[in-house]
Design a protein around this ligand. Structure first.
Ligand code: NOJ
Length: 510
C-alpha cells in the first residue's frame, strides 16, 4: 500500500474512532439545534475602505507600527467582502445550519448617528444574508464585535461617554429595520468583558487607556474607566433590546441576546478561600455583564469588593433594563486555576487582581490541560460542562448558545503544511468540548446551538495572522482556502451515518 494511502486510511480510522466509537454523534443534540461556524467583520472582511466604509478603531489601531505581533492589519484579511459566496459554499459543504457573523458598524453608519446610512453597506449584508438563506443557513448576527467607527472615538471617547448609548441604539435600529425580516437571531455585543478589560484596564486594545500598575498608557485610569465603559455598554445593550422588543420583535419574530467571554476557574488548593476565589473570579469575569442585563444589578461579589467604584443604575436605566434579553451567548475556550489573595499579596496590575485572585495555568508544575499555541489557553473539556452549569444555575436556565469554541494552531507561513492540515489537536478539542457540552445538556441545560470559532483562519487581533483558528486553512497571499482534517470531521459529524460510510472514499479525494 502506498504511503499516501496508508496515511489516508489512518486519518479515516482516527475520525471514525472519534466520531462513533467514542460515542459522540449529532443525534445527541435536538434536531432544531443550531450547528454553525463563527467569524467577525474585522477579522475576515477586508475591503477596509471599499463601499464607502469609514475607518473603525481597529483600522486605526492596527495601522500604528508596533501594535500587532506580525505587523499585519485587517485591510484585506480573508477578503470575505469579495469572496463571501465562496465561503458560503464552504459552509454548505460542511453541512452547518447556521452562521454567526458580525456587522461592521462603520460599513453601515460610517459617521455613526452624525451621518447617513450607507446603502452600499446595507446591500453587502443583504447579499450575504440572502445567499446564506438560499443554502438553508440561518444568519446569527452580532451587532458589535470589538470594532466601532473611529469618529465616535474622536468625537466623544466612545464607550466612556453615555452618548454612545444613543449611537448604538440608532445603529441597532437601522440593522433591525434593514435585515430583521430575514435575521431571527441577534446579539448586541461580543465579549464586552474583554473590550473593557483590554481597552481600559490593561490598555492592550484600542483605545489603549490604562494606568500603572495595570499598564503604561498615555491616558486612562484602570481603577475607574473599565467600570464606566462597562456601564455604557450595558446600557447601550439595554437601549437596543428595548428598541427590538418595542418596534420589531412581534412583527419579525426573532430573538436577541448578548455574548460573553467565559473562562472556567478551578480552585488551586482544596481550601474554602480558593473556592470563594473561584466565585469571585467568575463574578468579575462573566457575571459582571450578565447580572445587570438579567437581574438589573451588578454581582454582589463585585459590589462587596469594589463598593462605590461600581456605578449605580438610575431609575431611567432600570426602566430600560426591564427589557430582557432572550438568550445568552457563551464564548468558551479554556480554564485556569485561581488562588485567593484577599489576605496575601496579589499579582498587582493583573486584571484578576481586582477580584483578589491570582490565576495560573499550572498546579505543582502540571498544566490544567494540554497547552495550545495561544498563551494561557489549555485544553480542559470539563470546563465547558462546568461553565454551562454555572450559567444555568445562576440564570435560572436561560436559553444559551455556545457562540464560540475553538482551537489555535501557531502559523508557520502562508502555504499549508501537512501538520497544519492534519489538525488532530483541533479535532480532539472539538470532540472533547462537544462531549462535555452533552453532559451539561443531559443535566437539563437549555443549550440551543454551538458555533465553532472559526470557519477560516483569520486576523487574530494582537497576534495578527500568527494564530490559526480555522476549519479551513487560508493562504493570505492567494486567498486559497483548504479544508483541514477538522473540516472533514465536522462534515462527517453533521452528516450522520451515511457520510461516515462514504468517509474513506472522501478522504482519498481530498
Ligand atoms: C474570542 C473573540 O470573540 C474572537 O474575536 C477571537 O478571535 C477568538 N476569541 C479567539 O481568540
Amino acid at each position: 500500500m502506498g504511503k499516501n494511502k496508508t496515511r489516508m486510511l489512518a486519518l479515516a480510522l482516527f475520525l471514525q474512532l472519534l466520531c462513533s466509537v467514542a460515542g459522540l454523534d449529532r443525534s445527541q443534540f435536538p434536531s432544531s439545534f443550531l450547528f454553525g461556524t463563527s467569524t467577525s467583520s474585522y477579522q475576515i472582511e477586508g475591503a477596509y475602505l471599499e463601499g464607502n466604509k469609514s475607518l473603525s478603531n481597529w483600522d486605526v489601531f492596527t495601522h500604528i507600527p508596533g501594535h500587532i505581533e506580525d505587523s499585519s492589519d485587517g485591510d484585506i484579511a480573508d477578503d470575505h467582502y469579495h469572496l463571501y459566496m465562496e465561503d458560503i459554499k464552504l459552509m454548505h459543504h460542511l453541512g452547518v445550519n447556521s452562521y454567526r457573523f458580525s456587522i461592521s458598524w462603520s460599513r453601515i453608519l460610517p459617521r455613526g448617528r452624525f451621518g447617513k446610512v450607507n446603502s452600499a453597506g446595507i446591500a453587502f449584508y443583504n447579499r450575504l444574508i440572502d445567499a446564506l438563506l438560499l443554502k438553508g443557513i440561518q444568519p446569527f448576527v452580532t451587532l458589535n464585535h470589538y470594532d466601532v467607527p473611529q469618529e465616535l472615538e474622536d468625537r466623544y471617547g466612545a464607550w466612556l461617554n453615555p452618548q454612545i448609548q444613543k449611537d448604538f441604539g440608532h445603529y441597532a435600529d437601522v440593522c433591525f429595520k434593514a435585515f430583521g425580516k430575514k435575521v431571527k437571531y441577534w446579539t448586541t455585543f461580543n465579549e464586552p468583558n474583554v473590550v473593557v478589560k483590554r481597552g481600559f484596564m490593561s490598555g492592550e486594545y484600542p483605545p489603549q487607556h490604562c494606568s500603572k500598575p495595570f499598564g503604561d498608557c498615555l491616558s486612562g485610569d484602570s481603577n475607574i474607566e473599565p467600570y464606566i465603559a462597562a456601564h455604557n455598554i450595558i446600557l447601550a445593550h439595554a437601549t437596543a433590546v428595548e428598541i427590538y422588543k418595542k418596534k420589531y420583535q412581534v412583527k419579525q419574530g426573532g430573538s436577541i441576546g448578548l455574548v460573553i467571554s467565559t473562562n472556567w476557574f478551578e480552585p488551586l488548593r482544596h481550601i474554602p478561600a480558593d473556592r470563594l476565589a473561584v466565585q469571585r473570579a467568575l463574578a468579575f469575569d462573566t457575571a459582571w455583564f450578565l447580572d445587570p442585563v438579567i437581574f438589573g444589578e451588578y454581582p454582589p461579589e463585585m459590589r462587596q469588593v469594589l463598593g462605590l467604584r461600581l456605578p449605580t443604575f438610575s431609575s431611567e436605566d432600570r426602566r430600560k433594563l426591564q427589557y430582557k434579553l432572550d438568550f445568552i451567548g457563551i464564548n468558551h475556550y479554556t480554564s485556569k486555576y485561581v488562588k485567593d489573595c484577599m489576605f496575601s499579596p496579589c499579582n498587582e496590575g493583573s486584571t484578576e487582581s481586582t477580584a483578589f485572585v491570582i490565576s495560573t495555568g499550572e498546579r505543582n508544575g502540571i498544566p490544567i490541560g494540554t497547552p495550545t499555541s495561544m498563551p494561557d489557553n489549555y485544553v480542559f473539556p470539563d470546563g465547558m460542562e462546568k461553565m454551562v452549569m454555572y450559567a444555568m444555575q445562576r440564570y435560572n436556565n436561560i436559553p444559551m448558545f455556545i457562540t464560540e469554541n475553538g482551537y489555535a494552531q501557531g502559523s508557520t507561513g502562508n502555504s499549508p503544511t501537512t501538520d497544519t492540515l492534519n489538525d488532530r489537536g483541533r479535532v480532539k478539542y472539538l470532540h472533547g468540548y462537544l462531549t462535555s457540552l452533552t453532559r451539561a445538556m443531559r443535566q437539563g441545560a437549555d443549550v440551543r446551538g454551538y458555533f465553532i470559532w472559526s470557519l477560516l483562519d483569520n486576523f487574530e487581533w494582537l497576534f495578527g495572522y500568527s494564530q490559526r483558528f480555522g476549519l479551513y486553512h487560508v493562504n493570505f497571499k492567494t486567498q486559497e482556502r483548504t479544508p483541514k482534517l477538522s473540516a472533514k470531521w465536522v462534515k462527517k459529524f453533521l452528516g450522520g451515518p451515511q457520510v461516515i460510510e462514504r468517509m474513506n472514499g472522501d478522504l482519498e479525494s481530498v
